[in-house]
Design a protein around this ligand. Structure first.
Ligand SMILES: Cc1cc2nc3c(=O)[nH]c(=O)nc-3n(C[C@H](O)[C@H](O)[C@H](O)COP(=O)(O)O)c2cc1C
Length: 193
């Protein structure tokens, strides 16, 4: 079986976002593993309008060219790491919009989560897990949460995320769970077709 292809998706797009820092950090760790092939995906490269299609692409093919390009990109992967903030206790709108713009491409694939913010985006990630269930994904258990004064130190004072050594066990568990589910569901999808 080929290595699972894992997308690390930067969930925010604003000009001075923090999101790409933890995304590049987790990408570096995942890329160092030999058991998965990882790619960093930036939603800025897929500037889709607020959802404006006749229906979900589960029912009606999308017309928007960027949406079609996005769906094709999502389809390339066997699993996903969403790197997300929390905007007013919820999932950032750009990420929710990108999730809505695909459907079969997400199905039967696992999702893992890296969050940052006052509570490490825990509330946003719980919401994201529910959204992933509707997308017929397999949300995994262990999240990585950069939170509280540690988030402030990394965000405002330039502290290196690698200095937060207590995150490492969760990073390892999260990637191991994602790997396990990605392999299991790759086999299951192959058997079903
Ligand atoms: C519109 C908005 C709403 C926010 N709401 C929350 C929130 O509910 N909880 C939280 O911990 N941080 C919240 N924050 C602060 C973010 O954690 C912080 O700005 C973070 O850097 C946002 O991610 P980004 O820089 O990748 O956009 C909010 C920020 C914005 C811009």
């Amino acid at each position: 079986m080929t290595k699972p292809r894992i997308a690390i998706i930067i969930g925010t797009t604003r000009a001075n976002r923090f999101g790409e820092k933890p995304a590049k950090w987790i990408h570096g760790i995942a890329a160092a593993r030999e058991d998965m092939a990882v790619e960093l995906i930036d939603l800025r490269d897929y500037p889709m309008p607020f959802f404006d299609e006749p229906a979900t692409n589960a029912w009606v093919p999308s017309k928007n060219e960027v949406a079609k390009r996005w769906q094709k990109k999502v389809a390339e992967f066997d699993g996903y790491v969403f790197v997300t903030a929390e905007y007013n206790r919820g999932v950032p709108a750009a990420l929710k919009n990108a999730l809505d713009y695909a459907y079969p491409e997400w199905n039967r694939k696992p999702a893992a989560y890296v969050g940052y913010g006052s509570v490490g985006a825990a509330r946003s990630i719980e919401h994201l897990r529910l959204i992933c269930i509707e997308l017929q994904m397999a949300p995994t258990r262990t999240g990585v949460h950069i939170q509280g004064s540690d988030f402030m130190a990394v965000w405002q004072q330039g502290k290196d995320i690698n200095e937060l050594s207590y995150l490492q066990p969760n990073v390892k568990a999260m990637l191991n769970e994602l790997y396990w589910w990605a392999r299991a569901l790759m086999a299951a999808r192959a058997a079903a077709t």
